[in-house]
Design a protein around this ligand. Structure first.
Ligand SMILES: Nc1ncnc2c1ncn2[C@@H]1O[C@H](COP(=O)(O)OP(=O)(O)OP(=O)(O)O)[C@@H](O)[C@H]1O
Ligand SMILES: [Mg+2]
Length: 458
């Protein structure tokens, strides 16, 4: 991916000059004629570098600098100042500009300054990664994370582990529900006893009962000998019923009875056996919805839902991505030859990707990338869904009529349609809609307002 630069200057000649100069150096360049337009751009995309004039009609470059430091602190800012205005330069530096370029300037000086500024930025990234390596004890029973959401989760898991209550673990696919269940078991007094996990959706309906509770020889065709079920295998320990939403209604009734009476019978057997297990359940479905539409028993729902834990999706804790990348790089056999194992561009791509498949998807991406290059994760080894525009429905072929056309309204119209579609798909939930389009909530909201599509709510 090209290094992105935004040039902000009210003088057309200066914008054109810098654009040509920087494009020749291989940068991806955009420009804005005033601070208002620049603000719209920095809210939409993260730039590696912004070069801005200080003195412009309307808001000044200093205002822009302030805002950039708020919304995109990683962006490097260079200010162009009048030669005589030393105090402006000082102020810009105080506010976090990397450096200033006094007008008039020499081309070579500017080129060098830009190169240095970008190198410094890359170094900052690397240092940050190094720091994160040092703190890589940020985990709980193999669950990696250091974001506030994950810290909260760890303390909840710790508290829950010491009790014997049933726990319902919710979360999208790949968010680590099974990992959380194992952590609860590992931290509980049952840790020396078995942890047994079963996916209710993966067993044929006719076999679930015998799978869970076992059977007596001859109970049904194929029951050639007595067999213990998962409840017996997990005796004294913890049983995770994964994808609990998939459990057929008849079995829901049986499970409820076992949980109430704390005893069960093998299929075809008259003997009752005690069930000393701790029950954990997990699902990525909306169980409350299932209760409403009658496919999940309400009484069972309340019984398994004594404590509820929700695993946050990865896109809501982007700050954990570097740590997870490092973790998977190491555990999946990466062998870094220097202190850097990922390029800043690759990390940026990962941090901007919405990860519909959550951590499992990240894990798969790193695994695939390591096949291509074992020593360094770079933008070149990342799969195409990260590097090219995702989900675009335009064909490769575009055409421009002889008489010319207006691109802006066409693009705006297309953008508007995507925004509306996303809202429609999420039933008006803006955060989800933003994630669906791979943009930040902030940028999504800004676009809604721009097109007058804004309405109340999150
Ligand atoms: N916080 C984490 N740190 C490290 N690895 C994680 C984390 N969360 C998930 N993983 C890894 O991601 C993969 C998916 O996790 P897991 O199977 O627990 O997800 P799940 O929520 O049960 O998904 P599904 O709903 O698809 O069953 C596993 O390989 C797991 O080890
Ligand atoms: Mg699972």
């Amino acid at each position: 991916m090209k290094t992105s630069v935004l040039i902000v200057d009210d003088e057309l000649s200066m914008r054109e000059f810098l654009t040509i100069l920087l494009e020749r150096e291989g940068y991806g360049v955009q420009s804005a004629a005033n601070v208002e337009l620049a603000l719209a751009k920095i809210r939409d995309a993260v730039f590696d570098l912004v070069i801005s004039d200080v003195n412009m009609p309307g808001l000044s470059g200093i205002e822009l600098l302030r805002e950039i430091k708020q919304v995109a602190p990683e962006t490097v800012v260079l200010m162009i100042t009048a030669f005589s205005a030393a105090e402006q330069a000082v102020e810009a530096m105080k506010l976090g500009a990397y450096d200033y370029i006094p007008k008039p300037f020499k081309i070579d000086e500017v080129k060098l300054l830009i190169k240095q500024a970008l190198e410094k930025r890359d170094l900052k990234w690397e240092n940050r990664l190094l720091k994160q390596q040092v703190q890589s004890h940020d985990s709980f029973c193999g669950i990696i994370g250091q974001s506030p959401k994950m810290r909260e989760l760890f303390s909840l898991l710790q508290k829950v582990a010491s009790s014997n209550s049933s726990v319902l673990i919710l979360g999208e696919s790949g968010t680590g529900k099974e990992l959380a269940a194992r952590a609860i078991h590992e931290k509980s007094q049952r840790r020396s006893k078995p942890f047994v996990a079963v996916n209710c959706g993966a067993i044929p309906e006719t076999l679930i009962e015998s799978e869970l509770f076992g059977h007596k020889k001859g109970a049904f065709t194929g029951a050639v000998s007595d067999r213990a079920g998962l409840f017996e295998q997990a005796e004294g320990g913890t049983l995770l019923l994964d994808e609990i939403g998939e459990l057929p209604l008849l079995l829901q009734t049986k499970l409820l009875r076992v949980l109430q009476e704390r005893e069960f019978r093998r299929v075809g057997d008259a003997v009752t056996r005690k069930a000393d297990i701790r029950l954990l359940t997990a699902t990525n479905r909306d169980l409350q919805d299932q209760v409403k539409n009658g496919s999940f028993r309400e009484d069972l729902y309340y019984r398994i839902n004594v404590v509820q834990i929700t695993m946050p999706p990865l896109r809501e804790r982007v700050e954990d991505i570097p740590l997870l990348v490092e973790h998977f790089f190491k555990t999946l056999g990466g062998t870094a030859t220097s202190s850097t194992f990922i390029t800043p561009a690759a990390l940026k791509l990962l941090m901007n990707y919405p990860f519909p498949g959550n951590i499992r998807e990240l894990e798969n991406i790193i695994e695939r990338s390591l096949i291509l290059d074992q020593t360094l994760l770079s933008e070149h080894s990342l799969p195409p869904q990260l590097t090219i525009g995702r989900g675009c429905c335009l064909g490769d072929e575009v055409d421009i009529p002889e008489e010319g056309m207006s691109l802006e309204p066409l693009l705006e119209n297309l953008e508007k349609k995507y925004l509306q579609k996303a809202l429609e798909k999420t039933g008006g939930a803006k955060k989800k809609a933003a994630a669906l389009l791979g943009m930040t909530f902030r940028s999504f909201r800004y676009r809604l307002a721009k097109f007058g599509l804004d309405c109340e709510g999150e």
